[in-house]
Design a protein around this ligand. Structure first.
Ligand code: 4NP
Length: 152
C-alpha cells in the first residue's frame, strides 16, 4: 500500500482537508492508500484543524476533526512514497529540506489537475474555505486517479 503525505504551512487548514479529501476519493475508487499530513511550520502542533476546515469537510461527508497538527520531520522523506505540497512555497521548502539520499517523490498537490497551488485560506472568511475545499476536492480526485493509473 502506498503511503503519501500532504504538506502545507500550518497543518490546520489545507493539508488536513487534503488528507480527508484524498482518503475519501481513494475509498470511492477502491484504491488502498495510507494518507497523513504535516506542516512545514510548528506553530499549531497538537491542535485540531481550524473549525472552518472541519465544518466544510463535514458538510461534504469528510470527517477531519480527530486529526492533530504536526510538523514535518526528516524521517518523513523516507517513510512516505510521495509527498504533496499544497502550494509552491511549501514545495520549495520541502525540496530544500529533503535529504539528498531520500528517494521520495515531492510533487505539487494540484499538478494533476488545473488547480496548481491552493492558496492559504487562514486569514480569509467562510467563502475562502468553500473555495479552498472545491480546489482541494478536485485536485484530490485527479491525484487519486494519477495514483490509480500508476503515474505517481
Ligand atoms: P494552512 O494554513 O497552511 O493551510 O494550515 C495556515 C494556518 C496557520 C498559519 C499559516 C497557515 N499560521 O501562520 O498560523
Amino acid at each position: 500500500m502506498k503511503k503519501i503525505l500532504m504538506v502545507c504551512l500550518g497543518n490546520i487548514c489545507r493539508s488536513p482537508m487534503a488528507e480527508g479529501a484524498v482518503r475519501h476519493a481513494a475509498a470511492a475508487r477502491g484504491i488502498a492508500l495510507e494518507v497523513d499530513s504535516a506542516g512545514t511550520g510548528g506553530w499549531h502542533v497538537g491542535e485540531a484543524p481550524d473549525p472552518r476546515a472541519i465544518a466544510i469537510c463535514q458538510s461534504n461527508g469528510v470527517a477531519i476533526g480527530d486529526l492533530r497538527a504536526r510538523q514535518i520531520a526528516a524521517e518523513d522523506f523516507t517513510r512516505f512514497d510521495a509527498i504533496f505540497a499544497l502550494d509552491g512555497a511549501n514545495l520549495i521548502q520541502l525540496q530544500q529540506m529533503a535529504p539528498p539520499e531520500a528517494a521520495t517523490n515531492i510533487w505539487l498537490f494540484g499538478e494533476f489537475s488545473d488547480i496548481g497551488s491552493v492558496a492559504d485560506p487562514y486569514y480569509g472568511d467562510a467563502n475562502s474555505f468553500d473555495d479552498c475545499w472545491r480546489q482541494i476536492d478536485r485536485a484530490a480526485q485527479a491525484l487519486v486517479e494519477a495514483i490509480g493509473n500508476g503515474e505517481v
